[in-house]
Design a protein around this ligand. Structure first.
Ligand code: BTN
Length: 272
């Protein structure tokens, strides 16, 4: 659903009653808390106030004071423009399934954006969504070992204009030239996420792996990977492996990198 021309300037408020009727889920989003301003939706859902919240609880906010990104980065977005939310899940398959839930969340966002008439986004392993190599969505999943739960935090750039974005980022609006209503998008993401997580539990990772690989922006391209601890690897990406890692062709042969961050993509998407 799109906002009529010029509608990006009217305030698109995120209200639970616009989201709830669009949910097709059993549990995701059935308990939905929408705040005007919080420090971080991930922080709130991991904290004491939501200690006993049931699986499926979602916290969304119009603005975050201390939005968190991966590797201790900050995540910033102007109020009312982005979708900023966190989902509490309890993966039945423990930590292994939790690691895959990350990737599956990226697929859910890409699918829901396409369902909603948005652009076709690509997945940049492990879980960024990009268009023309510009970041449109970031995902930060944090494990709650106290109860084997996972908080999946999603920041999707929806209606930001060019001047409101970092240089290497874009939004659904800058890509398509039109504004999007965020409530149906949020419902669509939760619908897709629950369906994909159910599929992961019932059929395993393989069918989802193939779909993630199809949407992946990296295969065939040379990437620089930060492996942590000061180690980097320059290699050609091949695909997504059975454990959700990035399969690369490295100087010493093919291998699946399970944890890391792509810091540079050396060849352009059209070259691959
Ligand atoms: C990344 O670095 O790419 C991950 C960014 C994740 C941002 C989202 S916004 C909602 C949720 N709350 C946070 O504090 N972070 C995540």
């Amino acid at each position: 659903m799109t906002i009529p021309r010029g509608g990006g300037r009217t305030r698109d408020r995120l209200i639970d009653i616009d989201v709830l009727p669009r949910l097709e889920t059993r549990s995701l989003g059935r308990r939905l808390h929408v705040y005007r301003t919080v420090d971080s939706t991930n922080g709130l859902l991991r904290g004491e106030a939501f200690w006993n919240a049931p699986a499926g609880t979602v916290i969304a906010a119009e603005e975050q004071r201390k939005g968190r990104g991966r590797l201790d980065r900050v995540w910033e977005a102007p109020p009312f423009r982005a979708l900023l939310f966190s989902v509490l899940i309890e993966p039945r398959g423990g930590t292994e399934e939790a690691a895959l839930a990350n990737l599956v969340a990226a697929l859910a966002v890409a699918d829901a954006v396409a369902d909603g008439g948005g652009p076709s986004l690509r997945i940049r392993w492990p879980n960024d969504l990009v268009a023309d190599d510009r970041k449109v969505c970031g995902i930060l999943s944090e494990y709650r070992s106290d109860r084997g739960a996972l908080v999946i935090g999603i920041g999707l750039n929806v209606n930001q204009e060019k001047g409101e974005l970092p240089p290497a980022a874009s939004s659904l609006r800058t890509i398509t030239g039109r504004a999007f209503v965020r409530a149906p998008l949020l419902a669509g993401i939760l619908n897709r996420l629950e369906a994909h997580l159910d599929e992961l539990g019932a059929r395993g990772f393989e069918p989802l792996r193939a779909r993630i690989e199809e949407r992946s922006s990296l295969p065939g391209r040379t990437v620089t990977l930060d492996l942590g601890g000061g180690r980097t690897l320059i290699a050609t990406a091949i695909g997504i492996g059975p454990s959700g890692g990035l399969v690369v062709s490295a100087p010493d042969g093919p291998r699946e990198v399970l944890a890391g961050e792509v810091t540079r993509v050396l060849s352009s998407e059209s070259d691959s």
